[in-house]
Each structure stands twice: as C-alpha cells, then as structure tokens.
Design a protein. Structure first.
Length: 260
C-alpha cells in the first residue's frame, strides 16, 4: 500500500495536520516567500492536494504560522520553565535565566508574526490579484478570508495567554526577594518584560544586544552606584576652657622701634 493511498483515507483534519507538520520547518526558513511547489514537495503530496486541503497557499502558510506560534509560546510550558528556575540562586542569576528564556521565546514569536504580517493583502504587479504573488493561487475567497480571520484571532488569544503565563512566572521568580523590591511586583514584572522585548528593537549589526547577565545586574542593582560623598564645610573652632590661658602665655609681638 502506497503512502498516497494511505493519505487518501485520512480525515480532512488529519491530512491538514500532517501537511502542516511536514512543511513547518520550510515555512520557518522561507516564510511567505515559499512556493506552492516547494510546499508540496516538503509534504510529499501533489500541489492539488494542498489546494484541496487548504484552499490556497496563503491559508496553508497561515495555518503553519499559527502552529509555530502555538509551539513558540505555549503558556503551560512558559510557566513551567520560569517556575522551574532554582529559587536558591541569587536574584541576578535568576533574572539572567528569565531573560535568556524570554529572548528565545520572543525570537520565535517574532519569526511567525512576520509570516502573518506578510499575509496581509497587497498590490502586486499588473495582472496579479491583490493578496497573491506570481506563481501562486489567486487571492482567497470569502471562505479563505474567514479562515485567515480565525487564524489571526487564535494568534491574539495565544499572545494574551502567553503574556499572562509570563507575568505569573516572572512574579514567582521575584517572590523570594519580594521584600527587597523598591517597586510593586507588577511594575518589576513589566520592567523585566520590557528588558526582554527591547533586545528585538535593536539592530544587532549596529548595536549588539546587551548580555543577559549585564542586563539582570542592572535591573537588580540599578544603573548608578551611590552618589559621591560631599565633604562637610569647615566650621571655626570654638574657644575651649584654656583659650585665655594660652593667649596670655603667647608672647606679644615686639613693638617697632620709632628711632629706626
């Protein structure tokens, strides 16, 4: 029995899941620029099978991107990773690990967000319908647009749940040192999250990303050390009890000789 014969007996949902699994590494590498032929080759099926399963390339790539987002930001895994950080480590080392984990997650999420952004309709060359590129199927119809809308709603829900899990996990990491915090816990969580996200707003070729250990130390200990101490102004000495005696025992300066 051939694999094509076995695939023909799969349910539509199972076939879609199998195709998404097969092409996910390719879409992660190529994004929306991947062609239908390349997708079919990666999935081991004919291009017609792709279109029957998903309608067109855009819907397939969107399904892959949503699955990539699901894997990059599973709330349960995020919470488990953060709460699994050894609470006995110094706060600086715990936050260093938080930043490393967060940067990895954000990089993966940004990868799939970029794919989804490329799915937005755009005006192509003359003769190419909006929302399509040369060599691909025409722009999706009403059913496909509805499916893309479902994918984007799933993406927003995924980010919301991921944010909640991240905030809960970071708060757990900070808990052993809660008595040291100079700001409310929710503010500290926001600062850590901002430090993680900020790495992806920099151009690494121009401004290298700050090492996680350095960033964690700055978060815990601040940007500046103690202010330099200013010497106190000198004050005149108050006369003591023997001041008069000392004055009387000091020889007076000799008077100038008027004849000289």
């Amino acid at each position: 029995m051939t694999s094509r014969a076995r695939a023909s007996r799969m349910s539509p949902e199972d076939r879609q899941a199998a195709i998404v699994e097969a092409v996910l590494p390719l879409v992660a590498e190529r994004g929306h620029d991947v062609t239908s032929r390349e997708l079919a080759q990666a999935a081991g099926v004919a291009e017609g099978t792709l279109f029957r399963a998903f309608g067109d390339k855009t819907v397939l790539v969107g399904a892959v991107a949503v699955e990539g987002l699901n894997r990059a930001g599973r709330p349960e895994e995020t919470l488990a990773e953060l709460t699994g950080i050894d609470p006995g480590l110094p706060l600086e080392r715990r936050l260093e690990r938080v930043i490393e984990l967060g940067r990895h997650r954000v990089a993966e999420i940004m990868r799939w967000m970029t794919v989804l952004r490329r799915m937005a309709p755009h005006h192509g060359p003359p003769g190419v319908p909006p929302g399509s590129t040369p060599g691909t199927a025409p722009a999706p119809g009403a059913d496909q647009h509805e499916r893309i809308g479902d994918q984007r709603r799933a993406f927003v829900d995924q980010l919301t749940r991921q944010r909640a899990a991240s905030a809960e996990g970071i708060a757990a990491v900070l808990a052993p040192d809660a008595h040291r915090l100079r700001v409310p816990v929710e503010v500290a969580v926001s600062l850590v999250e901002a430090a993680i996200a900020g790495a992806h707003l920099r151009l690494e070729q121009v401004q290298p990303v700050v090492p996680a250990a350095v960033l964690a130390d700055a978060l815990v200990n601040g940007l500046a050390g103690p202010a330099p101490s200013t010497p106190a102004p000198s004050t005149p000495k108050k006369p003591g009890p023997h001041a008069a005696q000392e004055a009387s025992s000091t020889p007076a300066p000799e008077a100038a000789d008027p004849s000289s």
